[in-house]
Design a protein around this ligand. Structure first.
Ligand code: PMV
Length: 338
């Protein structure tokens, strides 16, 4: 139900966004390289916003929060709350108070963009509640306000990918659709370990600052790999893309964001026939992404779970063409004991 401001007690607004996976370019994108990412519609977030005058949250979901005039002050508000507060301010309705309940299918803190997706869904829900038009640039900007809190310094890749309708090449704040010319599978494996994006981003920044000449070499190499990966993805060169992912994983290891658990999962995917594998997202836990032929995907997925992944999802790259994503593109698979 939509109402113009002020919203009535019966009104509610809803919004959605989805998870994302970074194929190439995490961390280096914060320092100016491009990155390639894809939205994952099989892992959605839905948010419901209602006007409130109270201080409690009536409905239960994955989590909820209040934003606006009557919301209690907190020393470190979450990214989604920061994004919603900023939206209310920009729309000139900061005297309102809203309750936002978020229903999130994305595992939190696993490199799949949960903070950006929750912020995107929350802002869309509040816009729906107050009948505000949200153009893509305004929405991106609001989600980025929340991401700056979640990441310390966010490149914008997450905010772009969780709102995109197909794979993107992101560079310097601009996202463009990228062609996918291959029918392969991406298996995403959850280490079960929460990683702190803020800590990982700060660690990488320190490491790069400590040796600027080595940092330049590494970032130049990263940019070459990302360009090669984009070309291979478009041209359907699965082996080249897999090899590029492996090289990028080495580079992320040099940046200090891989872990022995991630390295074990990468090795398990390769041993089961994957063309390449790497961590995806900030690392220090989170998820591993493996590229395989479609017929090898089930055995790669099983190998990853036997090696300690708590759950896996498989995405067919053929379903990833811009604007053509469907909810059946990903298959959730529960972890099995080794
Ligand atoms: O927060 P995550 O794990 O989804 O990954 C964010 C990607 C980084 O490159 C590490 C940070 C950024 O802002 O680009």
């Amino acid at each position: 139900m939509r109402h113009n401001s002020p919203a009535t007690a019966l009104a509610q607004g809803t919004g959605q966004a989805v998870a994302k996976a970074i194929l190439l370019g995490e961390h280096t994108v914060v320092h100016g390289t491009p990155a390639i990412a894809l939205p994952l519609p099989a892992l959605p977030v839905r948010a419901v916003a209602r006007p409130t005058t109270g201080s409690g949250i009536a409905a239960s979901g994955s989590f909820g929060f209040l934003a606006g005039a009557a919301a209690p002050a907190t020393p470190t508000p979450s990214g989604p709350r920061v994004a919603v507060e900023e939206a209310l301010r920009r729309w000139g309705i900061e005297a309102e108070t809203v309750e936002v309940v978020v229903y999130c299918d994305i595992p939190l803190a696993r490199g799949l963009g949960s903070s950006a997706a929750c912020a995107g869904a929350a802002v869309r829900a509040v816009a729906d509640l107050y009948g505000r038009e949200l153009d893509p640039a305004a929405l991106y900007d609001l989600v980025q306000c929340g991401e700056q809190v979640a990441h310390g310094r966010a490149s914008g890749i997450d905010a772009s990918a969780v709102l995109a309708d197909g794979p993107i090449r992101f560079h310097a704040g601009t996202a463009r659709p990228i062609d996918v010319g291959m029918d392969a599978a991406l298996v995403i494996a959850d280490t079960g370990v929460s990683g702190s994006t803020q800590q990982a981003v700060a660690d990488v920044r320190r490491r790069l600052a400590a040796d600027p000449r080595a940092a330049r070499r590494l970032l130049d190499r990263a940019a070459e790999l990302i360009d090669a990966g984009a070309g291979a993805l478009s041209a359907g060169q699965t082996r080249t893309l897999g090899a590029t992912m492996l090289e990028f994983q080495d580079l992320l290891g040099e940046l200090g964001v891989s872990t022995p658990h991630i390295d074990t999962l990468v090795a398990a995917a390769l041993a089961a026939g994957a063309h390449g594998a790497k961590l995806t997202g900030a690392g220090l836990g989170g998820c591993v992404l493996a590229l395989t032929d479609t017929d090898a995907a089930p055995s790669v997925s099983t190998a990853l779970r036997r090696a300690g992944a708590v759950q896996t999802w498989t995405v067919r790259t053929a379903g990833l063409r811009a604007g053509a994503l469907s909810l059946s593109a990903s298959t959730p698979e529960r972890g099995i004991p080794s």
